[in-house]
Design a protein around this ligand. Structure first.
Ligand code: SAM
Length: 246
């Protein structure tokens, strides 16, 4: 049988595609991509001629038997998402589960991931941490999730779009209070990379005169306990204002 390779792709800076990732994408028979047009740009940049097939949340059930059959016939397949690690707030897990069930080897490559990249520079306690990803949209699910997150004593990590970041900060304040330290990691690995550190109230105030732009990872300190940072939120925010202005 063939192997399923899970290949992380850059979250902004193309130089972050590893040498092994390039070799793997070149050597496999087929690349299963979340968005083939998006991935084609990456393949063109690295002059990788490998053929693609789309694999995303809307065609998962149809694609799974096709991809498993190809793997069983001896073809190697690489799976990629639009950015970062497949399966992490992205398509992937169903294919991995199907391969595990069919005893097809699954070979993960290490590489770019927004959550861990943000965490290591956040200044928040990095261990233990809890990764959540995108908050649910449905009101009742959202409330339940927020109540759950409010109990955590560890740093937790959310993904958010620029359109919803202010609303999410407001939701967090209603359950966590205004003083909880948070860090926003914006546009990681890109030209406008910046870290915004402060209390929930301070970060909310920052957005009153700065429109949110780009992609964000939102990291929240756990509730009082050993995992909580000791720096003064307002000092750190001041430092970051200049960073953002620079
Ligand atoms: N699979 C990806 C990973 O491993 O990080 C995550 C994909 S998820 C659909 C996209 C979200 O990841 C964005 O809404 C944002 O929260 C976060 N993200 C991705 N790239 C980012 C970047 N360059 N800077 C900040 N956040 C980023």
């Amino acid at each position: 049988t063939g192997c399923l390779y899970l290949v992380p792709t850059p979250i902004g800076n193309l130089d972050d595609l590893s040498v092994r990732a390039v070799k793997t994408l070149q050597q496999v028979a087929l690349i299963a991509a979340e968005d083939t047009r998006n991935t084609q740009k990456l393949l063109n940049h690295f002059q990788i001629p490998t053929k693609q097939i789309s694999f995303h949340e809307h065609n998962t059930q149809q694609r799974l038997p096709q991809l498993v059959a190809l793997l069983q016939s001896g073809q190697d397949i690489a799976q990629v998402s639009d950015a970062g690690m497949p399966s992490i707030s992205d398509p992937g897990k169903e294919l991995v589960q199907a391969c595990v069930a069919a005893k097809i080897p699954v070979i993960p490559l290490p590489g770019p991931n927004a959550a861990l990249t943000a965490l290591i520079a956040s200044g928040l306690s990095p261990q233990p941490f809890y990764f959540y990803g995108f908050l649910p949209r449905k009101k009742s699910d959202l409330q339940q999730t927020l109540n759950f997150l409010a109990q955590l004593t560890t740093t937790f990590i959310l993904y958010e779009s620029p359109y919803r970041i202010q609303q999410t900060i407001a939701h967090l304040q209603t359950v966590l209070g205004s003083q909880r330290p948070i860090v926003l990691a914006r546009e990681l690995t890109k030209i406008h990379e910046a870290f915004l550190r402060g209390s929930l109230a301070e970060v909310q105030a920052y957005f009153h005169d700065h429109a949110p732009r780009g992609e964000y990872v939102l990291l929240v300190a756990g509730k009082s306990g050993p995992a909580v940072v000791t720096w003064s939120a307002s000092q750190v925010l001041a430092q970051v204002h200049t960073e953002i202005a620079a």
